[in-house]
Design a protein around this ligand. Structure first.
Ligand SMILES: *Cc1c(COP(=O)(O)O)cnc(C)c1O
Length: 385
């Protein structure tokens, strides 16, 4: 029995089967990863838009290792190394003048924080979110997540949330009322399969929130940290949210999340907290990540355009290095074929293939990835009766 088989058996026996897995990834560099058998892949999933700086970027590895030698944990009861400098940096890139941040361990937790902050700030209890939106799997973030299959088994949930068709400003206007604490919106829906909000929609959300005294909460957990070619996707629009939540790409894979709130919106003593959140290692990793991403930002639109050209026959939706294509029921077969051919891609919802590669992906890797993907789609067409 080889090591890999043994590993699969242990997993099957002792780990809850909440995920379905095909390969065992053991090493990564840049946009490439290797499995336990030594097979090489171009990684266009990147830990689901997490490994923004590529796998094991030397600057991130060094920041984590250096900090690990000094202090791994100390608690938020004390000043934490790197935390204040990171807070300055995160607020700075958001452009929310006078804003403040609060760190968490994940995207769902950042959204939990946003729910709490919106309730505190408005004194209101209810939320509005959009169809096909995803905000996390903790009870609060799940309550504002649309997909019935993942939400309904856990009802009743708080906060109470009303779902409106994504992009339908008229429907939103009818639903947001004096009871609404906040509206959760992804500028580009990620888990739905890279579905951008229609032009002008975020501006309408902003205006509707203002007219009712509700907070606009932009969930940039997936779209943030340079993924779309700007630090945050809302920065492609004229709308400025009250609260921004982020996580995935923030620390290159070190678990971390954050919320940023505009001036005057803040947790006061003991209104919120977390043992691990914003710890020294996470903050060191995030600081290094932001430095690296800053250098990569100008190249992100160009790389996205390269994907758009190469995949034009599939009518891709491309926003920087967030790429989605509706290919229908063949999606799992196409993803499987890509894996065989050394390319990792992901089927998001509803037959939507999603590519969210590391921002360091090279032109030749983009070309190779597109070639493998096009061949896999063509092959699936031939196989389909
Ligand atoms: C992934 C994701 C989340 C949840 O983040 P976790 O770190 O998995 O809790 C929330 N919102 C969006 C838009 C996401 O893509």
């Amino acid at each position: 029995m080889d090591l890999s088989t043994h590993y699969r058996e242990l997993d099957a026996r002792y780990f809850m089967p909440a995920f379905s897995r095909a390969i065992e990834i053991v090493r990564g560099r840049g946009a490439m990863v290797w499995d336990a058998d030594g097979k090489e892949y171009i990684d266009c999933v990147a830990g689901i838009a997490v490994c923004s700086t590529g796998h094991c970027h030397p600057a991130v590895v060094e920041a984590i290792c250096d900090q690990a030698h000094e202090l791994i944990h100390c608690s938020n009861l004390y000043y934490v190394p790197h935390q204040a400098e990171l807070a300055e940096r995160v607020v700075g890139i958001s452009g929310l003048a006078g804003g403040k941040t609060f760190f968490s361990n994940s995207g769902a937790e950042a959204n939990e924080g946003a729910i709490k902050l919106a309730r505190l700030a408005t004194g209101k209890k209810r939320f509005v979110a959009f169809t096909h939106g995803f905000h996390g799997r903790t009870m609060g973030s799940l309550a504002v997540t649309h997909k019935p299959a993942i939400r309904e088994p856990f009802e009743p949930l708080e906060p109470r949330c009303t779902f409106v068709d994504f992009g339908d400003a008229d429907a939103l206007r009818r639903v947001v009322d004096d009871e609404t604490a906040g509206v959760f919106v992804e500028p580009i829906q990620g888990e739905a399969g890279v579905v951008p909000a229609p032009d002008g929609f975020l501006e309408e959300v902003r205006e509707i929130c203002d007219s009712r005294g509700a907070l606009m909460i932009a969930d940039e957990v997936q779209t943030g940290m340079g993924r779309t070619g700007k630090w945050f996707a809302f920065q492609h629009t004229r709308a400025v949210p009250d609260i921004i939540t982020m996580a995935k790409g923030i620390a290159s894979g070190f678990p971390m999340g954050a919320l940023i709130a505009r001036e005057g919106l803040e947790f006061r003593t003991s209104e919120h907290g977390s043992t691990f959140a914003g710890g020294p290692l996470a903050c060191a990793a995030a600081r290094a990540t932001i430095d690296v991403v800053e250098g990569l930002l100008p190249s992100v639109p160009t790389k996205g355009e390269r994907f758009a050209q190469a995949l034009s026959s599939l009518s891709p939706r491309v926003r920087g290095l967030m790429v989605g294509m509706t290919i229908g029921g063949v999606c799992p077969a196409v993803a499987g074929r890509c894996l065989e051919q050394g390319l990792i891609v992901n089927c998001a919802a509803d037959g939507n293939l999603r590519l969210v590669p590391p921002l360091v992906i090279t032109d030749s890797e983009i070309d190779a990835a597109a070639g493998i993907l096009l061949a896999a789609v063509e092959e699936s067409g031939r196989r389909t009766p």
